[in-house]
Design a protein around this ligand. Structure first.
Ligand SMILES: NC(=O)c1ccc[n+]([C@@H]2O[C@H](COP(=O)([O-])OP(=O)(O)OC[C@H]3O[C@@H](n4cnc5c(N)ncnc54)[C@H](OP(=O)(O)O)[C@@H]3O)[C@@H](O)[C@H]2O)c1
Length: 192
């Protein structure tokens, strides 16, 4: 599925609905993302800004809209109190590079289009948390660390295994107090 393509997203939601066969969807993880490593203020252009925003911010928004009925169903069918990933949750994979407060610490890598798109994703997460709370859906942004992937390169700090294990151990501890926040792969809060 291409998260830049709205009809591909609605088609995917229909496929998932069919597979669930009347049940709800507990967990939506928006992981797809793109990154232009060379995008400084001198080199970034409109096309890169729009393309990156479409994938990193608009895609997760459309995904949540399309899967919302299934997430709501999971929350309604759950007997659990409060908010949790085992009830119904939207997890947006974001980055510390989208934190406005933390930007001076890493601005040696400007990556303008990526930062701006992920700051938008962080704002989206807060808006989703405030809107979907009454439907029983937890909404959290997670930073996976600097990870050895195609995006992170082999110079990165963490293996995929370490990052993913960390993220998977954070999911079960998330509750309503975390909804609308940005946390790292160890569960530590990152300021917006
Ligand atoms: N690696 C890091 O150090 C790091 C740090 C902070 C945050 N993150 C975040 O972690 C997430 C995963 O990144 P990664 O490191 O695994 O990056 P990656 O190695 O570049 O992989 C990105 C993934 O996103 C998919 N993707 C890109 N555009 C898409 C689209 N329009 N529709 C559907 N899928 C699309 C790619 O699919 P194809 O292979 O088919 O293109 C690929 O599977 C991203 O949101 C990224 O911003 C990564």
């Amino acid at each position: 599925m291409d998260v830049e393509n709205p009809s591909a997203i609605t088609d995917a939601a229909k496929v998932v609905e069919g597979k669930l066969d009347g049940m709800g969807l507990n967990l939506l993880i928006n992981n797809a993302g793109i990154y232009t490593p060379t995008a400084s203020l001198e080199t970034v252009d409109a096309e890169d800004m729009v393309r990156t925003y479409k994938t990193n911010a608009v895609g997760p928004m459309l995904m949540a809209q399309a899967f919302l009925p299934l997430l709501k169903k999971a929350a309604q069918d759950s007997k659990e109190k409060g908010l949790s990933c085992s009830k119904a949750a939207i997890i947006n994979i974001s980055t510390i590079l989208g934190s406005i407060k933390k930007t001076p610490d890493s601005f040696f890598r400007p990556v303008i289009s990526y930062r701006c798109s992920k700051a938008a994703l962080n704002m989206l997460t807060m808006c989703q948390a405030l809107t979907y709370k009454e439907s029983g859906i937890l909404c959290v942004a997670l930073h996976p660390g600097w990870v050895k992937t195609d995006m992170g390169s082999q110079e990165a700090d963490l293996t995929v295994d370490t990052s993913v294990r960390g993220l998977l151990s954070v999911l079960p501890i998330l509750s309503e107090k975390h909804s609308g926040t940005l946390l790292n792969w160890e569960g530590k809060a990152i300021p917006w």
